[in-house]
Design a protein around this ligand. Structure first.
Ligand code: SF4
Ligand code: SF4
Length: 292
């Protein structure tokens, strides 16, 4: 008993913030992005309303053609953001800003609970339905930028048929994205593919700290299980590969948080960290021949 007390005193348990820093910060950024996507058109800071052939800029009604300008500027801003972030540190946009990436990540967590080989039929059907609801809400977020959403119920509006056509066409793709979760970001997302094939640089990358090797690793594999991109975070920065290498990393820091959760609770120094220069490693470590 006294030994336990001594150990507890020698090793204070880490705070939630210490072990979930990147999870908390990323979720906050994602929530702010989603809020901006809701607030800007709802409060008519910038909105096009094709159903009523009008647009709004800073609460002022303008012709639709004038209302296109802020939308084009916003798209241009995001395109430049993706290019600049990718040049500096890889797929930061995917790991910190893209609302689709966030939804896919949350869906992945749901999928693990509701849709796997041992799930009941009810569980699997529930997952299909939940995915449909999420896909519809996610799409409504974007349609709200270009139309009054009530158009979907006004059969007499000239845009009624066109809007339903556009919505259902987009829903096929978005439902697929939501249903497969993070596999969308790994394989299909055009922005993700763009970032893998255009110039990129990774100033900060996650890996095992230089003083550690796999022999120090408890091989709990929690960092691998929690990596949204299904990478082995300990060695992925050494690998040049679209699916298993640093090109796929979304710089989320989940592996650093996870290793802290595992190791600090065992009173051990975390292995995973951020580096600017990769430590020298044994080729067998890099190739995965030595595995833990
Ligand atoms: S979470 Fe840490 S201890 Fe566990 S496998 Fe990853 S690097 Fe090793
Ligand atoms: S390797 Fe780490 S930082 Fe990269 S995607 Fe996986 S968890 Fe995120």
């Amino acid at each position: 008993m006294s030994t336990q007390v001594e150990t507890a005193q020698a090793c204070p348990q880490p705070s939630y913030w210490e072990t979930h820093k990147f999870t908390v910060m990323r979720n906050l950024v994602y929530i702010l992005v989603i809020l901006a996507l809701i607030v800007i058109p709802v409060f008519k800071i910038a909105k096009i309303d094709l159903a009523h052939d009008e647009a709004w800029i800073f609460w002022k009604k303008v012709p639709v053609e004038d209302g296109l300008m802020p939308v084009i500027l916003a798209l241009g801003f995001f395109a430049i953001l993706v290019i600049v972030m990718n040049l500096f540190n890889g797929r930061v946009f995917c790991g910190w800003i893209c609302p689709g990436g966030w939804v896919a990540e949350l869906q992945d967590k749901l999928r693990r609970k509701m849709y796997h080989s041992r799930s009941s039929t009810v569980g699997k059907i529930s997952y299909y339905l939940v995915s449909l609801v999420v896909a519809v809400l996610f799409l409504a977020l974007f349609f709200n930028w270009v139309t009054d959403l009530r158009v979907f119920f006004y059969t007499t509006n000239p845009m009624f048929g066109w809007m339903w056509f556009a919505f259902l066409s987009a829903l096929v793709v978005v439902y697929f994205e939501v249903f497969i979760g993070k596999r969308w970001c790994r394989t299909f997302c055009p922005t993700g593919i763009y970032q893998k094939i255009t110039p990129y640089h990774h100033k900060f990358k996650t890996t095992m700290a230089p003083q550690f090797n796999l022999s120090d690793c408890g091989s709990c594999r929690e960092c691998i299980k929690n990596c949204p991109m299904a990478l082995d975070p300990r060695r992925m920065a050494y690998i040049n590969d679209f699916y298993k290498g640093i090109q796929a990393c979304i710089v989320c820091g989940e592996c650093v948080d996870t290793c802290k959760q595992v190791r600090l609770s065992e009173c051990k120094e975390p292995l995973m960290t951020w580096v600017t220069e990769l430590p020298e490693r044994d080729p067998d470590f890099v190739s995965g021949k030595v595995s833990k």
